[in-house]
Design a protein around this ligand. Sequence first.
Ligand code: ZN
Length: 329
Amino acid sequence: MEKSTSTQIQVIGHQWAVDLLTRQATTERLPQALLLTGPGNVGKSTVARYFAQFLNCREDDKPCGKCGSCRKLVSGNHPDVRIWDDEGEAIKIDQIRELQRELALSPYEGQYRVVLLCNFERATLSAANALLKTLEEPNPQVVLILTAADSGALLPTIVSRCQGLALRPLPASEMVAALQKRWHISPEQAELLTRLAAGRLGWVIRALEDENLLARRERFFHDLLDLLAMDRAGRLAYASDLSHDSSLVKETLVSWLTVWRDLLLLLSDSQTKILNLDWQETLQSLANQSTLIQAQQMVVRLRAALANLEYNVNPRLNLEAVLLKMPKY
Ligand SMILES: [Zn+2]
């Protein structure tokens, strides 16, 4: 890799968004509030962090990745940049108020105070309402960046005060090329990971960092094959076992959803390639035993179960509802 000592944040894809933001910051009017939307792990917070680095870099060729400001941003120690990226916890009104007190002060050492609030759809309603005040009275030295899966989940009064940037999944060819070039992954592995990630590069990076992720994917698939042959009692025991870890329940359901969607594709003679390319043969033989209706119903049930998990429906009951209605082969 070139520039081994550089801490420049690399954005792969989303070139239009990077070009727009840097142009606005240098020659046009700097947007005071941004809303980056797009699926999870598509690159929203990477684009936001790149922009924060760009705004506060002290060199001409921004972001240089070498100056004190660029380095502090990457190590999380920049006094003018605040990032709220807690996956589990929703931002609350007290935290917004604390941010507002900070934002009233001039930047310590950078040119701008930059606040990045990730997954803002999870913020409490009172927190979102409190943030409106900041959006209504923008401070020229503050740039506020929100991210969300979908602007429909936010208060319309917040959306209308932000410049929206909708990031889309990367084209498969771009992602396969980046994985081979930057991460030195074999063409076959790059192709498989690209399909599984559905254009979300961040998902692949997580998969590469967490070797167990691919091992778990394998395990969930074999569990599913076993469960298809099991009776009611076996399935209930499985649900009870797995539900001790609710994050595992979610991962399992997501993984099974990809399998049933692939079966749906195979059963409807679709020209679209399946996701789980490496399981093609097994999936084809499963498809031979299933009907189109069964696959459709399973996709609907798995989606409903995943939505229920978001609303804190008991993971075990949720899993049981899926498993007890699954066909038996
Ligand atoms: Zn710099």
